[in-house]
Design a protein around this ligand. Structure first.
Ligand code: NAD
Length: 281
């Protein structure tokens, strides 16, 4: 039976460190958050961010637009760039379909991009020089570190190759000399997902498809990190891995919710505090 890999403990440790370092800054760090529309998951994430920020002495300024054009949104980002009191900017997703996330994100100054999504910051991950790396990918690394596993030479399979999770995570894992396989929709379509998953000493899944990974595919003794968050019937949230069956085979497995999610928010705040330190020095 697997041990539960809960994110709360790791997140609490990060937050304790931040609580200790924030009062040492010249001014409380300021996070500008942009929310366009009222997507329920974005609204819920904003509430969590605001609550976490308040508990750490961080000023959370929410800028909400029921609707806005891409051009106007870029203008607003440029204003935040020019405002010296703003240390970090976050663009909540999903954006309405007429606004392209990356187009707008490229206008955020790299040192205010606390999500680590600006091409400059992504490029630094490639060179192993990231000060600010994508929050969810980093959260997975923190969670793996908490198990004490040495990633060197480990067979790691990542399912999902998005810009926010799978791709930056692959780079962070390579930095630690893991042997990384990335699977995605075409792997499934080619009928090869099961064979890759079965090899994984460490399995990380970020797809958004409940039950995609069958419990019986999990290699005995594997570490399973399920990033997926799927809203299903009766207001429940489940991951992408068949949890009950997988926990019988794995050594460690994340609960969903309660695995990667809490750490992601803590890392977002850590990125902000790092950005503020750099800007205030
Ligand atoms: P995305 O839609 O951008 O990417 C999905 C990925 O899954 C793609 O690489 C796609 O090729 C792959 N995929 C789709 N169907 C597949 C299949 N049948 N077999 C194999 N691969 C398949 O998604 P995303 O933004 O990376 O998010 C993925 C999941 O992670 C979602 O459930 C999201 O809610 C969750 N998420 C959680 C956190 C967190 O902090 N816990 C953060 C970000 C995303």
């Amino acid at each position: 039976m697997a041990k539960l890999l809960e994110g709360k403990e790791v997140a609490d440790k990060i937050k304790q460190e931040l609580k200790a370092s924030v009062p040492g800054l010249k001014n409380p760090p300021v996070l500008a958050s942009i929310l366009v529309g009222d997507n329920p998951s974005a609204v819920a994430y904003v509430k969590t961010q605001a609550k976490t920020a308040a508990s750490l002495g961080i000023v959370y300024k929410l800028h909400q637009f029921p609707t806005i054009s891409e051009e106007q949104l870029i203008d607003f980002v440029l204003k935040l760039n020019d405002d010296p009191s703003v240390n970090g900017i976050i663009l909540q997703v999903p954006l309405p379909k007429e606004i392209d996330y990356m187009t707008v994100c490229e206008f955020i100054l790299p040192h205010k991009d606390i999500e680590g999504m600006h091409p400059t910051n992504i490029g630094k991950v490639l060179f192993g020089r990231a000060r600010i790396a994508a929050c969810t990918a980093n959260a997975v690394i923190e969670l793996l570190n908490s198990t004490g596993v040495d990633l060197y030479g480990k067979e790691v399979v990542v399912v999902g190759h998005s810009e926010i999770v799978g791709k930056p995570l692959a780079m962070l894992l390579l930095e630690k000399f893991a042997t990384v396989t990335i699977c995605h929709i075409a792997t499934s379509q080619a009928g090869k997902l099961k064979e890759h998953v079965q090899r994984a000493e460490i399995l990380i899944v970020a797809v958004g498809h409940p039950g995609l990974i069958k419990g019986e595919w999990v290699r005995p003794g594997a570490i399973v990190v399920d990033v997926g968050m799927n809203h299903v019937e009766n207001d429940r949230i489940v991951g992408d891995v068949e949890f009950d069956a997988a926990k019988e085979r794995a050594a460690y497995i994340t609960p969903v919710p309660g695995g990667v999610g809490p750490i992601t928010v803590a890392i977002l705040m850590r990125n902000l505090v790092e950005a503020a330190k750099e800007q205030q020095s």
